[in-house]
Every structure is written in structure tokens, then in C-alpha cells.
Design a protein around this ligand. Structure first.
Ligand SMILES: [Zn+2]
Ligand SMILES: [Zn+2]
Length: 470
């Protein structure tokens, strides 16, 4: 039972079995670089402004290439063939000429990501893990910070609901998905263009700029239906950050041009199918009571040691649960995990295996693996059963067999004490411990004891399955 434990990850809790290694292949979904010249051809009867705009549009979104003199290179597709591609994409008549319906579409505010990628280089277009971190770097001046935070989190939640993905804000510029509100030239090859035109763009899954989402700060971002609704645009851009391309279906949230949408059901069935193709279906439990039982000898737990590492993630305020092999969430962690705890102030997770422990930020291991002797444990302690950090008092409790140690914020330890002396009615060994709302939750045997710290007594007994929304 000791390999099973729950740990609190800010508002989330995670349940571990064993871990296995998976190399982390971060692959970048490449975007064509826009050509910087304004080369154009000159069909008769077209306003020069429209022609310049159309040329730029086809260069940016349909990989049209013209040389500096404005003539297309012989080997390259012509302006009118690229124009036909664009007209087909949007379901217009394939005239190959700049008629008014084509010009109206070209002037419609849209996403900055191309509609075609003629790149053979389509190696990886998904994250090779299910736990993806994000953060907001530069904010917009059009909306309050907490509104932006809420809209960004909601937009990610749209995809989380439809897939096995979980998004965790990491408060670090090393986050997988960095969200930034920026203007004009902003350090990548895709300068923004002021109000309207291009609203935002995103990079497909990968290291560095991969996964990042940029919003044009020149747009009037709103949480309403006037201006550009940040939630709608963010949901679209996060689709790219997860590896999705533009859709020709106007009902799809991945359609390239902006339109005001009903915000309660943004994803079309096509969007759900496409995200499931990349990451698999959302894994809501069909019969939780059967799949999570501490008593049932035929439960998956009974043979946990023969299974690859498994992990459950639950948000305290929600009922859905994410599950999957730990390697999906945290590549590069190997060995079995005995205990874990989260320190919100440091955005750090500490994972224990025997006498060793790792520090993790997001899904990345930070620094070297250390020995628990560096936390002051005597050499006879060979394993930590459970650990919990109480953010209110900044104390961390470590449980081993029938005893526990308390570390203050400088991590200087108290001498071991008996669990039952300080937590009446609680008997070790404890397989996991969590802190929530002034109570410690001890997982011991088949039960979870909710222990009120102030009253010093058990106020409820529950089954572990209740933690997983069952
Ligand atoms: Zn887009
Ligand atoms: Zn950018």
C-alpha cells in the first residue's frame, strides 16, 4: 500500500503508483517564415492597395513567394494559383482573381498562423506528455490581470475537458506555453500589424518558443462580445499550441478568421475529434467505484507492482479526474515514488523514493537527486511513507512507520514523535497525507481520515475514491 499515495499540488492532488522513464521528445511544429519583400504581380483592374494586401496575405498564409522585383520565380506557384488555394480554403468561388468577396475575407481579422503548411517536416505535432505547464508573461492593458488569468485558464480548460491533458500554471518563464501580449516586432519573425488584421499567433508544441502564444496588444481585447473576445481567440491559439492546424469548417474553433461565438460550447465535433487524434480521448471514468477500490483484491491496485507507473490528477474544486502513466505527465522521473509534497511558495514538488528525493518545477527535474540525510533524517530511516506541507504554518511533516518529524521553514527538523501522540486516533503507517482547508487528510489502510488541526480530532472518515470524484 505504501507505493500509493496522494499529494497535494497546489489545488490539485496527484496519486502515484510506479514510475517509468520516457525520453522527452520536444518537437517543434514549424511555421513558414514570412517573406519580407512586397513583390507582387499586377493583374489589371485591381486597386493597388488591394493587390499589395492580397500579395502580403498570400505570402503570409499561403506560402506564396515572389522575388524582390515582384515577378514570381518560374518554379514557384503563381499568384493566381495561390489565390485559388485561398478561395478553396474558405469555400469561395475559385476564380483566381481579386473579386470583392475575396477582398472582404482578406480584410477580416484573423489568426496569424498560415492556413497551409507545405512543410514535409511534420515530425512531431503534439506534446509527448499530458501535463502541460503555462504562464502569462506580459499582460494586456485592456483587461484587469485577474480577468486575463481567468480567461486564459478557461480557454485551456476547454481543451482539457476534451482530452487527457492537464494544464498547470507554473509561474515560470520556462513554462511550455508562454502567453504574451506584445506589439509590432516582438522578437520572432512574425511582427504584428496594429489594430485588426492579425490578432494573435501561436507556435506548435516544442522547446523554447514552441507552444508559445502571442496576442497583438494593439487589439481591443475584451471579455464581452464587443471588440475581440480574448477567451475565443485564446481557445483558438491554444489549439495551435497543442498541435492543431486551421480548419476549413466555419463551425470549428480552428477556423482562421475571427467571429463572435457562443462561448459555452466552442469546440465543434471536428475539434474534439482532432484533439483526440493527437492525445486520445478525455478519460472520464465510466465506472469509478469498480476502478478504484482499496479493498477489492482484483482491483488494478492489487497488481500495481506489475503495471507501469500510474497517476491521477484531481482538482480540488472539480469532479473530473485525469489519469495516465506517470511518464505521460512527468517524463524523466524513474523508480517508484513513496511520498511527495508540494510547496506553493516555491512552485516546487518534492518526490521521495527510498532515501532519495528529487525537486521538480512543473514537469522538469531541478538540480540533482539528493539524499534525505540532507533533510536531517538519521541513517536508519530508509523510506518516507508520506509527506505534507502545510502552507499556513510553512511546516512540512514527514511520516515514517508510526512516527513523524516536523520541519519548519528552514527545514530544521524536530526529533521524531509518535503519530498517535500528536494526532489522536490516527495510527501509522500512513500511505499518504494532504492538507486542505485547515484539515489534514491521512490515507491509512482502506480509509481517509479528515483530521481537524485546531480541534485535534478526526471529523470525517471517507474512502480514497471520494477524492477522485467518485
Ligand atoms: Zn490560427
Ligand atoms: Zn509572436
Amino acid at each position: 500500500m505504501r507505493q500509493k499515495l496522494l499529494w497535494s499540488l497546489k489545488e490539485m492532488c496527484l496519486l502515484f503508483g510506479f514510475l517509468c522513464v520516457l525520453l522527452h521528445f520536444s518537437l517543434h511544429y514549424p511555421l513558414p517564415l514570412p517573406s519580407r519583400d512586397d513583390g507582387s504581380v499586377h493583374p489589371t483592374g485591381t486597386a493597388p492597395n488591394d493587390l499589395a494586401l492580397a500579395t502580403k496575405y498570400l505570402q503570409q498564409f499561403y506560402s506564396f513567394q515572389a522575388d524582390a522585383s515582384g515577378r514570381r520565380r518560374r518554379s514557384r506557384p503563381s499568384f493566381s494559383s495561390k489565390l485559388k488555394d485561398m478561395q478553396s480554403f474558405f469555400g469561395l468561388n475559385r476564380t483566381g482573381t481579386l473579386n470583392s468577396e475575396t477582398m472582404v475575407l482578406m480584410k477580416t481579422p484573423r489568426c496569424g498562423v498560415p492556413d497551409v503548411d507545405d512543410y514535409h517536416n511534420r515530425r512531431g505535432n503534439r506534446w509527448m506528455k499530458n501535463l502541460v505547464t503555462y504562464d502569462v508573461g506580459r499582460y494586456t492593458s485592456h483587461l484587469p490581470v485577474n480577468t486575463v488569468d481567468a480567461l486564459i485558464a478557461s480557454a485551456l480548460e476547454v481543451w482539457a475537458k476534451a482530452s487527457p491533458l492537464t494544464f498547470l500554471r507554473s509561474f515560470s518563464h520556462q513554462a511550455d506555453i508562454m502567453v504574451e501580449f506584445v506589439r509590432n516586432d516582438h522578437g520572432d519573425f512574425f511582427p504584428f500589424d496594429g489594430p485588426d488584421g492579425t490578432l494573435a499567433h501561436a507556435f506548435g508544441p516544442g522547446d523554447g518558443i514552441g507552444g508559445d502564444v502571442h496576442f497583438d496588444e494593439a487589439e481591443s481585447w475584451t471579455a464581452e462580445y464587443n471588440g475581440f473576445n480574448l477567451f475565443v481567440v485564446a481557445t483558438h491559439e491554444f489549439g495551435h499550441a497543442l498541435g492543431l492546424k486551421h480548419s476549413q469548417n466555419p463551425e470549428s474553433v480552428m477556423f482562421p478568421t475571427y467571429k463572435s461565438r457562443k462561448t459555452h460550447s466552442l469546440l465543434s465535433s471536428e475539434d474534439i475529434m482532432n484533439i483526440n487524434t493527437l492525445y486520445g480521448p478525455s478519460n472520464k471514468w465510466s465506472n469509478p467505484s469498480l476502478r478504484f477500490s482499496w479493498n477489492n483484491p482484483s482491483s488494478p491496485w492489487a497488481s500495481a507492482s506489475h503495471l507501469p507507473g500510474y497517476m491521477w490528477i484531481k482538482h480540488n474544486n472539480r469532479n473530473d479526474v485525469k489519469e495516465g502513466p506517470i511518464s505521460n505527465f512527468m517524463p524523466r522521473i524513474s523508480g517508484q515514488i513513496d511520498a511527495a509534497y508540494w510547496v506553493a511558495q516555491r512552485s516546487a514538488v518534492y518526490l521521495f523514493n527510498g532515501t532519495l528525493f528529487w525537486t521538480m518545477k512543473g514537469t522538469q527535474v531541478k538540480g540533482r537527486v539528493k539524499n534525505i540525510s540532507s533533510l536531517g533524517f538519521p541513517s536508519w530511516v530508509r523510506q518516507i511513507d508520506a509527506a505534507v506541507h502545510i502552507h499556513k504554518t510553512v511546516d512540512t511533516l514527514f511520516f515514517t512507520q508510526n512516527q513523524y518529524n516536523e520541519h519548519d521553514k528552514t527545514m530544521s527538523e524536530s526529533s521524531p514523535r509518535n503519530i498517535s501522540d500528536d494526532f489522536p486516533q490516527i495510527k501509522g503507517p500512513i500511505s499518504a497525507a494532504m492538507y486542505k482547508d485547515g484539515c489534514l487528510h491521512f490515507f491509512a489502510g482502506p480509509d481517509v481520515y479528515e483530521y481537524d488541526i485546531k480541534q485535534k480530532k478526526i471529523i470525517a472518515v471517507d474512502k480514497p475514491s471520494s477524492w477522485l470524484g467518485c
